[in-house]
Design a protein around this ligand. Structure first.
Ligand SMILES: Nc1nc2c([nH]c(=O)n2[C@H]2C[C@H](O)[C@@H](COP(=O)(O)OP(=O)(O)OP(=O)(O)O)O2)c(=O)[nH]1
Length: 132
């Protein structure tokens, strides 16, 4: 089997801060922090998936700005994480699905939450790049 599943994550910026989201499930990931996002569905472009997931999970309208170079393997076989920087257009993020807490991280605070191990390098890379 050669299935490859792309999960898109958003480095969502607003006024110089980046959003971190704490997972509420499954048990092995619950309590750890991640970039909001999810699986790209068939026929969907990654940027569209990102906008859809942010709408569903956080109740916001956002725009995918640019792909962060790189790709990070996730815990499950065949799953990879790709990251886009994104800009908040409308709304106030709320943990509607998959998460039980949200936190805006300011400069120097990127280490303040317990990121999923697989997310750490992606978050560092996103933070090094220009922010929208
Ligand atoms: N959204 C997101 N998911 C991540 C990150 N890091 C990481 O390992 N994951 C994992 C958690 C999930 O297994 C998968 C994301 O898929 P999803 O959020 O659409 O999960 P799902 O509940 O629909 O998955 P499934 O049960 O339908 O298989 O990737 C991350 O930074 N953001």
């Amino acid at each position: 089997m050669n299935e490859r599943i792309v999960v898109v994550g958003a480095a969502l910026w607003h006024e110089g801060r980046m959003l971190a989201a704490r997972r509420s499930a499954p048990p092995e990931l619950a309590g750890r922090w991640e970039l909001p996002g999810g699986k790209v569905e068939e026929g969907e472009r990654p940027e569209e998936a990102l906008v859809r997931e942010l709408r569903e999970e956080l109740g916001i309208e956002a725009e995918a700005v640019e792909r962060i170079p790189g790709e990070w393997p996730l815990g499950r076989p065949g799953y990879v994480l790709q990251v886009w920087s994104a800009k908040l257009l409308r709304g106030e993020p709320a943990p509607l699905e998959d998460h039980d807490a949200l936190r805006w991280l300011g400069p120097g605070e990127l280490d303040a939450v317990d990121w999923l191990d697989q997310d750490r390098p992606a978050v560092l890379e996103a933070a090094r790049r220009p922010h929208p």
